[in-house]
Design a protein around this ligand. Sequence first.
Ligand code: UTP
Length: 806
Amino acid sequence: MDTDRDIRTTPRGFHCNLCNVNLANQSSLDEHVKGRKHRTLSGVRTTRKAQEEHSLFVSGFNRGTAQTDLVDYFQKFGDIAEVIMDKDKGVYAIIQFSEKDSIQAALSQVEHQMKGLKLRVKPREKKEFKKVQKKKPDFKNLQELLEKLKPMLCETDSVNAQMQCVVERFQLGENEKKARGLLIQLLHEVFTEFFPDSQILPFGSSVNTFGIHSCDLDLFLDLENTKTFQARAKSTTQQAADGCSDDVRSEDSILSDIDLTTASPAEVLELAAAILRKCVPGVQKVQVVVSARLPLVKFHHRELDLQVDITINNRLAVRNTHFLQLCSGLEPRLQPLVYTIRYWARQKQLAGNPCGAGPLLNNYALTLLVIFFLQNAEPPVLPTVENLKQLACEEEECVIEGWNCTFPSLSISVPPTKNTQDLCSLLAAFFSYYATFDFASSVISVREGRALPVTSLLCHAEKNEEEAMEASKPFSQAPKLGPLNILDPFELSHNVAGNLTDRSQHSFQKECQEAEKYCRSLQYQRKSSKGKSWGLVRLFTPHSEGPRHGAQERPPEKELSIVLPFKPGVLPKALRSQLSLAGDGFRLLWFQGACDAVAKVFQNILKCGPASPPKSLAVEDGDTDDSADTSAELNMSAEHTDDDDGISSSGGAIPQGKARGGAKRPLTSESSDTSLSPREKKPRLGSGPKPGAPCWRWSQSHAVWAGRRKVRRELVKDTDTRPEGSNMELEMQVTQHIVDKEPVLQDPLEFKVQARLVGATQSTRVILKVRPISDNKLFFQDFFHFLEVFLPKMVDTLMEKGVKNA
Ligand code: UTP
């Protein structure tokens, strides 16, 4: 089987050659093989193989030979499924037959002649199927690009001037804009032939004032008027049949084959793709992508070397493009800021998904992050979308798909900002703002110009769903919550950063923290008199080992920690409701749930027992928690975090700071009356949220981390294909099996786990510090590496079920 050939074992698990991914264990492999990606690629490969086996390669005919001539000639050997002409030069063609036998029939003929010319006919070359690799910008590329930019930047006198330089160097030129305009005109002419009264409208970077050389061209094929046309044409069929109506056009057009009001997007796009292939010169690599959030047809224009995406249900994107244009018109500092931040994000591999989909920020999301920051500057540089709505006049009112998209069409209608900060300080402030932003528990609302607590959205989602169920109507979906939540300014149910992973969000924040630090240095602010790199150059320097990854923080050797990110989207309904009612206290409530789950993993699933009590009551290694016997009991030892984590001991949320010129926000200035000193002790957690940092001391006498995969496979006999950590009962049995069958460790492994809640001025998460407290250091390393992967997965599983029910 092909699948067997696709998979090879590696020292770290398995590798799928077809999809080019590594899989850690058998269950991940099973999941992968059953998954969409693998099945799609296998399907494409099978189709390609079948096409190859049914096709002939033909050359030797005249340039400009029509497809129909080839069909006429070759159909004597069998039914022809498709003829693909070489579009560039028209000197060869692929003839695809419906039956394999036709190939033999054609090949067995000694000579082929067509229109007096001798044809060369041979079997189609069999190519090994290879997945098109995503073009990831590598370090060398990024560095080379920067080298070209460097002299220009280093010569300028200020960061402000450098930022203007970036705009000049990258922005779309007038000729590029003209060429795009001509292509749009051509597409309009062709499409209106087939879709009468249709419109084709550009949106995105080509027209939103943030376009760079060779950025793709996003188009919206608006078929609303065509639908009206078609409906009218239908109602006058009789007249059309009599030949006395203009609307007869639809009869001979492609429109007679499709009903636009009932056709699926895929059907309409297939039609658009056929039109592009057959009627638009220079078009190549036409592809319909139905799996995207908004299905589209994409193609490459050869002469312009331009990637074009056409969508058919995207009126909102045209409107949000006008919004970005308005913002640029309102605020001249926006353009240099966006260009600079986009370039920085690209160099750090934080934004720009190479093939459209991917876990990085898209440019639209990044632009909204800049706008949001400017709305929160003091005084604000840009107004909120709600403010803009108030400033619009009646004629400017606009509602699309039920979403209010009203704003003034001219920037003159909006009062100017009082903010006079220069570009250099605004850029530094941007990094500072997001370096300490609690992404996990906030929703960025450009509409309101403030960060909404994520819990307020949980509440809305539940309410909307219930109301919709009562009224038996479809409910407006709540946005997909993730590690970074940016609401579209108009389509309020869309999180434009919903594709981000914990890793990419973490990388973004880490890079902001590093950039913030750099912006405080003299090298950022002052031109080097010795010709060294300064200002933006250092900010744009890529990392030699690629992007900074790792949802897990890599702590110094002594401090091994495991991170549990706040993922409200996967919590059970009951807990989501409780969190939404808890107001600012939601973090502590979640923290309590997460701690309950952690305790359950150690106690019930990994069957750890209490560690021996500490020898003395003296504080170990400067810790604050060891004086209490916390063995297997969730006792509370209060601790102030040593980081600027912004959590007051009461767990109250500290509002996201106002964006200031590079100034650091105060630490936990809003600690309430319930603040605890580091040494105070609190009783164990009750039912309600209480402050503190729980610490457990556990002991384990068996190597419960070793050989789990094998035991799991034996226990389920391959009938349970759920991945490791997704089935609590099974994991308990695996541990029990190891405890029963494997010898006891010579020295039990004793260790301490201390939980700390972080949030408000960083992404909300729990950090578990894990330390050995016995001499069994060798085993501890193995155990810790196992926990790093197992514990977060298991906690997610328990939290999803509701810890109490698990
Ligand atoms: P892009 O993220 O591609 O931005 O979204 P861009 O500015 O065109 O940058 P390039 O193409 O990467 O250079 C293109 C447009 O699609 C719409 C917006 O109008 C955006 O400008 N869009 C994108 C949305 O409406 N929602 C989204 O979630 C993403």
